[in-house]
Design a protein around this ligand. Structure first.
Ligand SMILES: [Zn+2]
Length: 252
């Protein structure tokens, strides 16, 4: 039987990705008593704003708000993520070391090339971590229970919506830790999406929209890589506290 090291591992391309795009789920899992870790693939050293030292202090503060049990950084090259054997092996080593039951990864449809590449990298690594003869120096074979994708800036058809209402205030607090990324400062002539005043409001609006689909104040979507089985579809409906007629769009 496989021994898991942590309930969930949320993987992002850059420090602040997890907070922005699945921070509610990470906090909520902790509230429900699950152990959650975060791994950032790069240090975000090509970020338009803030120094590396500033960002590390901000990431540590945000990690405390998330209530996670560890935060790893693989130190892969910012803006140059790609599914090379070297980078896949680094993610395989991470999975084999941390042994998560559930892996959270970015959805592939995204504006940022690093986010697209991170999705591909993690998808390949989840498969190859279970191949005994792939990179045997990177640890013992390991297979998580499930891989689920979280949405970036683009739409993602959800498999389900996680009720993150009780985590919304914490998510806002964690995002606010990234002051160097969020605030436009004198001399900044290089605005990014996240430094636009409307960016955080857009994330909040998306979470409220997802929540409205299940009749709650806030929610975050997950898209499962593999279909999940159900023992009794009627029991599944009766035990579910959420009322699907709130949905504004069909779930594929
Ligand atoms: Zn990012």
């Amino acid at each position: 039987m496989t021994q898991f090291g942590v309930s969930a591992l949320a993987i992002g391309a850059h420090p602040d990705d997890v907070e922005l795009f699945c921070g509610g789920i990470v906090i909520r899992l902790g509230q429900l008593g699950h152990s959650v870790g975060v791994a950032d693939l790069t240090r975000g050293d090509k970020a338009s704003h803030g120094t590396l030292a500033e960002r590390e202090v901000e990431t540590a503060a945000a990690s405390a708000v998330l209530g996670i049990v560890f935060r790893d950084n693989l130190g892969l090259p910012d803006t140059e993520l790609a599914p090379t054997t070297e980078q896949i092996t680094a993610v395989v080593a991470l999975l084999r070391r941390r042994r998560p039951e559930l892996v959270l990864a970015p959805w592939h449809d995204d504006r940022h090339p690093d986010h697209r590449a991170a999705s591909e990298l993690v998808t390949r690594a989840v498969m190859l971590a279970g191949v005994r003869k792939f990179a045997p120096q990177a640890g013992d074979r390991f297979v998580p229970r499930q891989l689920a994708y979280y949405a970036g800036r683009h739409r993602m058809p959800p498999s389900y919506i996680v009720d993150t209402s009780a985590a919304a205030a914490g998510k806002a607090k964690a995002i606010a830790c990234y002051a160097s990324q969020l605030a436009r400062r004198p001399g900044d002539d290089d605005p990014t999406l996240i430094s636009e005043p409307t960016a955080v409001a857009a994330i909040e609006a998306r979470d409220r929209h997802c929540g409205s689909m299940i009749g709650t104040s806030h929610g975050e979507a997950l898209r499962l890589a593999s279909a999940m089985g159900v023992v009794d579809p009627i029991r599944q409906l009766r035990d579910n506290p959420y009322w699907t007629p709130h949905a504004f769009e069909a779930t594929p």
